[in-house]
Design a protein around this ligand. Structure first.
Ligand SMILES: Cc1cc2nc3c(=O)[nH]c(=O)nc-3n(C[C@H](O)[C@H](O)[C@H](O)COP(=O)(O)OP(=O)(O)OC[C@H]3O[C@@H](n4cnc5c(N)ncnc54)[C@H](O)[C@@H]3O)c2cc1C
Length: 206
């Protein structure tokens, strides 16, 4: 979405094909780091995000070890903690505002490059008739299990560091004190809690 917004702002005609019909309501990423905040800031997106977020200069790790970000040479010497929906919405709003067409619920299934352009084939997520788009360039920004990378035949060597992660957005009646990210990591696993400062809808949480 960020690339789409930037290209549209530069006057290019941009279409985003996004598999999910709407933004996922659950968080996968919850901490936005200093450099990303700077990138969002250069597009005028950071103030609205920070207004709704908590920040953490220190990350408390296991055995009393902490990572102190307060000395970073940045306007944002901390991590921003907020539900991923907030962070996802900002670049999408930016892309649409700059004139990019964002088509949701459309899954890319094919790529075919000729001497003039690239033909992208896609279909509604869950099945349906395929459609094609012609473009001078295609940007593959489709994540770790990239369809575009597979279609190009590009390898992704290496091994995963983690075997599994469970992540949940929850409302706690009695959460941990403080606003920072607190982790505990015995030998084989780790756990973290991180207050997100998401205001509870009226009447749903004490
Ligand atoms: C458990 C977990 C926790 C994490 N926590 C953090 C964190 O706290 N802070 C942080 O900075 N990072 C965190 N990360 C990493 C972060 O989520 C990724 O680095 C980031 O999401 C990568 O962004 P991306 O745009 O490349 O891919 P993605 O965010 O995966 O976006 C790719 C998009 O492409 C779409 N797509 C995929 N295939 C197709 C297709 N065929 N057709 C159309 N659309 C398609 C997907 O629906 C998706 O919307 C975490 C990752 C995990 C797994």
């Amino acid at each position: 979405m960020t690339v789409a917004g930037d290209l549209a702002r530069a006057g290019r005609t941009v279409t985003v094909l996004e598999r999910w019909p709407s933004i996922n309501p659950s968080s996968r990423a919850f901490a936005t780091m200093a450099r990303t905040l700077e990138v969002l800031d250069s597009r005028g997106l950071v103030d609205e995000l920070l207004a709704d977020a908590s920040t953490t200069g220190r990350v408390n790790l296991f055995s009393g070890v902490a990572v102190d970000r307060t000395h970073l040479p940045s306007r944002y010497p901390y991590g921003m903690i907020t539900p991923q929906t907030n962070v996802d919405q900002a670049p999408e709003r930016h892309a649409r505002k700059q004139g990019a067409a964002v088509l949701r619920g459309i899954e890319v299934t094919g790529l075919d490059q000729d001497t003039d352009a690239v033909t992208v084939t896609a279909r509604p997520k869950g099945g349906g008739e395929t459609s094609t788009w012609r473009a001078q360039y295609v940007v593959g920004a489709d994540g770790a299990h990239s369809t575009v990378r597979d279609l190009l035949g590009v390898d992704f060597p290496g091994t995963s560091v983690l075997s599994s992660v469970v992540l949940a957005d929850v409302r706690l009646a009695h959460g941990p004190a403080g606003t920072g990210l607190t982790s505990a990591a015995p030998a084989t696993a780790s756990a973290s809690s991180c207050p997100m400062a998401r205001p509870a809808p009226p009447g749903t949480c004490p």
